[in-house]
Design a protein around this ligand. Structure first.
Ligand code: NAD
Ligand code: IPM
Ligand code: MN
Length: 370
């Protein structure tokens, strides 16, 4: 059996709390001989700043490069509000994405049957929802230069962020979206703002070309990102795969989270290019949510997004799709039993703690595997 090297980066706030629940699953898989994971731990975000005055150390970057996959918790929090911008906690995550070349961020939003009542939207709007947001992750306004604040000397400052996309960046994220659609409901909706932004014009043009050249069998639709956001809450089941840029993808995926009941539900996979020789790709798996400073340290965090992100690692990095299906089924079963963490709307039940939820999911997984 192959040994898979994982780097665990729990980070800050609820990051370590939800990572402990993934560790529980890993320990069980190893103990049962179902898989062989070798894990290392590292520091990222505020915890790295406290230890080394950087948002991630060179040693931990080297570990991330050497790992078969990185499992990431969350970073940030008010404690680090006034640290220099270059070493703020979020910079550690952005460096990991950029330096590992993780250009494709897959954010599935699935409404589990038991949670159709938990969404802030009506049951019939969200019931059966299964969409995939494909967010471009290493380009756009997150990384474009110049990125500056200049003192204009007249009591005014000017802040500049730059949205940049090259053809190849749009082509490769488009291919990821079209390939995924072929295994799903065969539809891609591309979102940009071509009515205002040059990058939107190019995005639209390149998506259309890639589609016409390579993916005529897939349905391609274009929506402006603002009304696309509206449609996401009006009639989300019209979507299958949504492909969009870095910033729109960030916002649209938090919105999509509420269709599933809670931000604490949404996992993600950040993937690099497939190496033509080894057929492997770099990867990092991270929940969509942040460090949730308002509930950190209280054992209240929902570990489902984190456990489900580990499920995505099994599927996308380790070719263990059957096991990933079982992780999803275990989560569905626990939710069907009525167990809820406090972030999920429920009627009159006492909320489960992070570890109670993690334990219950592992128990179901054990049953499904027996
Ligand atoms: P957040 O996602 O941390 O929290 C938003 C709200 O959702 C909060 O009320 C929080 O309690 C709740 N929430 C989030 N995850 C939850 C979970 N698993 N279980 C239960 N409730 C959950 O977003 P924010 O408050 O805007 O940001 C807080 C910090 O996190 C900031 O420093 C931000 O930069 C950072 N952040 C980090 C990541 C990441 O590391 N990937 C992602 C988003 C935000
Ligand atoms: C996310 C987060 C990050 C982003 C931050 C923490 C850098 O909000 O992963 O959704 O904006 O990409
Ligand atoms: Mn975000």
């Amino acid at each position: 059996m192959a040994t898979h090297k994982l780097l665990l980066l729990p980070g800050d706030g609820i990051g370590p709390e939800v990572m402990a629940e993934v560790q529980r699953v890993i320990d069980w898989l190893n103990a049962q001989g179902i898989a062989k994971f070798e894990t290392e731990q590292g520091l990222v975000g505020g915890s790295a700043y406290d230890a080394h005055k950087v948002s991630i150390s060179e040693a931990d970057m080297a570990k991330a490069t050497a790992a078969d996959a990185v499992i990431f918790g969350a970073v940030g929090g008010p404690k680090w509000d006034s640290v220099p911008y270059e070493v703020r906690p979020e910079a550690g995550l952005l460096r990991l994405r950029k330096d590992l070349g993780l250009f494709a961020n897959l954010r599935p939003a699935v409404c589990y049957p038991a949670l159709a009542e938990a969404s802030s939207l009506k049951r019939d709007v969200v019931e059966g929802l299964d969409i995939m947001i494909v967010r471009e992750l290493t380009g756009g306004v997150y990384f474009g230069e110049p990125k500056t604040i200049t003192d204009l000397g007249n009591g005014q400052k000017r802040a500049v962020d730059t949205q940049v996309y090259d053809t190849y960046e749009i082509e490769r994220i488009g291919r990821v979206a079209f390939d995924l659609a072929r295994k799903r409901k065969n539809k891609v909706t591309s979102m940009e703002k071509r009515n205002v932004m040059k990058s939107g014009v190019l995005w639209n043009e390149v998506m259309t070309q890639v589609h016409a050249r390579e993916y005529k069998d897939v349905t391609l639709e274009h929506q402006l990102a603002d009304s696309g956001g509206m449609n996401l809450v009006k009639a989300p089941k019209q979507f299958d795969v949504i492909v969009t840029d870095n910033l729109f993808g960030d916002m649209l995926s938090d919105i999509a989270a509420m269709l599933t009941g809670s931000l604490g539900m949404l996992p993600s996979a950040s993937l690099g290019e497939v190496d033509s020789k080894t057929r492997k790709r770099r990867s990092l798996f991270e929940p969509v949510h942040g460090s949730a400073p308002d509930i950190a340290g209280k054992g209240l965090a929902n570990p489902i997004a984190m456990i489900s992100s580990f499920g995505m690692a099994l599927r996308y990095s380790f070719d263990m799709g059957d096991l990933a299906d079982k992780v999803d089924a275990a989560i569905a079963a626990v939710l069907a039993s009525g167990l809820r963490t406090a972030d999920i709307k429920s009627e009159g039940t006492t909320p489960a703690s992070t570890s109670q939820m993690g334990e219950a999911i592992l128990k179901e997984l054990q049953k499904l595997h027996a």
